[in-house]
Ligand binder design. Structure first.
Ligand code: FES
Length: 130
């Protein structure tokens, strides 16, 4: 007989063990957002990522909208800090990618860290194709 509690616990621990390879994308957040726009695109290897800032918190997400490919860096942030796609105005939570306007899409997110050496984005290891 399977112990469901143990199974769920094991699944959570596996999910929380994501390993990231960190890539420096700027010397500082001031450098990243020197244009004054809170959404920017950065290139990491062959990948383009949208990086933004809301109330001094940095976040990273896919640069194209999962609905029809709108350029997220051309969008804006709403009053709650959700990123808004410029094409059809679907909204996404910048922490978890959830489509908060209810259309059922999911925006890929990436961890971002500010360190003494600069700003870094984490890409999951063994998922270079994402
Ligand atoms: S392409 Fe982004 S909401 Fe339609």
């Amino acid at each position: 007989m399977v112990n469901k509690t143990m199974f769920i616990s094991d699944k959570k621990s596996v999910m929380s063990e994501k390993k990231y390879k960190w890539h420096k994308v700027a010397e500082s957040k001031e450098e990243l957002f020197s244009s004054g726009h809170v959404l920017q695109e950065v290139i990491v290897g062959q990948k383009t990522i949208c990086i933004g800032i809301y109330q001094d918190r940095l976040f990273g997400c896919a640069h194209k909208c999962p609905h029809a490919g709108g350029r997220m860096a051309a969008g804006w942030l709403d009053a709650m800090g959700n990123i808004v796609c410029p094409l059809h105005r679907y909204r996404f939570n910048t922490s978890n990618g959830r489509n908060v306007s209810g259309e059922g899409y999911y925006l890929k997110t990436y961890p971002v860290e500010t360190r003494e050496e600069g700003v870094f984005i984490g890409l999951e290891e063994n998922k270079g194709w994402l």
